[in-house]
Write a protein that binds this ligand. Structure first.
Ligand code: CUA
Length: 314
């Protein structure tokens, strides 16, 4: 692909597609702007009034013309829609084999957790050629995670998870910005994404700052908060067992279902009565105010790691 000097470099699998659509839209707009201005100019000369008593012929209308100027814009708009929607879906759905990384935004920094336990601030190390899925939330106000070279930007909101994914195609360092005004030091809330080739990444992630894995930290938190009193493996009296629950569709008390994803777990910890699993009483206390966003993400990593017991459905 070409590299236009006004554009940031293209360093992800989606970047080329985004730029092609963008250039198509700019080209289309430029084409019609030039066409319209030229036609206005030329017609103003050709059809100018040549004498005071000149009277133009009355025009009764033309079906052919009406159809032409309805069908052409319709076709153009449908092309834009189909192209844009397919790109949007590609960008919105992360591949199943994506590597999970957690991002917590706060005034004014990005805190990153890798599943293996490594943490970093304002830096994100990733391997080249592997999809990375970001699960993001904020501790305070709205931020926005923006990596121009990857052509990804996603709002990071307090009180919920948003996700974004990318697959880096080039090794190197790329700017990371906060793209939503979030207070005094918004402009400094940035950093870099460091893309490494896979062996270098393995060395980095297993490096000296290696802590406990997120799932292990979550397991500890699970006991500290006494979650295991009701949610022990094979539970089913006071609370549902969490083994193998992640990603499943859960039937709810009072009808309906919910997918047991990150957002559902987060809500169930902070507001347990919102969606009670069918067959259980709303007896769980809230943990609002007792657990930070990062600890919540650790708990979720732990629950995600719990495999269903052999030969059991729940
Ligand atoms: Cu965070 Cu702007």
């Amino acid at each position: 692909m070409w590299e236009f000097p006004l554009f940031p470099e293209q360093a992800s699998t989606i970047a080329g597609g985004v730029d092609s659509l963008y250039l198509f839209l700019v080209g289309l707009t430029a084409f019609f702007s030039v066409l319209i201005f030229t036609v206005i100019f030329v017609f103003a000369i050709i059809y100018r009034r040549r004498s005071d008593d000149e009277r133009p012929e009355a025009i009764e209308g033309s079906h052919a013309l009406e159809i032409f100027w309805s069908v052409v814009p319709f076709v153009i708009v449908m092309v834009i829609f189909t192209w844009g929607a397919s790109l949007y879906f590609r960008n919105a759905r992360s591949p199943d084999d994506a590597m999970e990384v957690n991002v917590v935004g706060k005034q004014w920094m990005w805190k990153i957790q890798h599943p293996e336990g490594r943490r970093e601030i304002n830096e994100l190390h990733v391997p080249i050629g592997r999809p990375v899925r970001l699960t993001m939330t904020s501790e305070d106000v709205i931020h926005s995670f923006y990596v121009p070279a990857f052509r990804i930007k996603m709002d990071v909101l307090p009180g919920r998870y948003t996700t974004a994914w990318f697959e880096a195609t080039k090794a190197g360092e790329f700017h990371l910005f906060c793209a939503e005004y979030c207070g005094t030091e918004h402009s400094k809330m940035g950093g870099k994404v460091v893309v490494l080739d896979p062996p270098a990444y393995e060395r980095w992630v297993g490096g000296e700052e290696q802590g406990e894995s997120l799932a292990d930290l979550g397991a500890r938190r699970f006991i500290e908060l006494r979650c295991e009193n009701c949610h022990y493996p094979g539970a089913g009296e006071r609370g549902p067992s969490l083994a193998g629950l992640f990603g499943r569709i859960v039937p709810l008390e009072g009808g309906g279902t919910v997918e047991a994803d990150e957002s559902y777990f987060r809500e169930s910890v902070l507001n347990p009565r919102a969606k009670v699993v069918a067959g259980f009483q709303p007896v769980m206390p809230t943990f609002q105010g007792q657990i930070s966003e990062e600890q919540l993400l650790e708990l979720i990593a732990y629950v995600r790691s719990l495999k269903a017991p052999q030969g059991e459905g729940r």
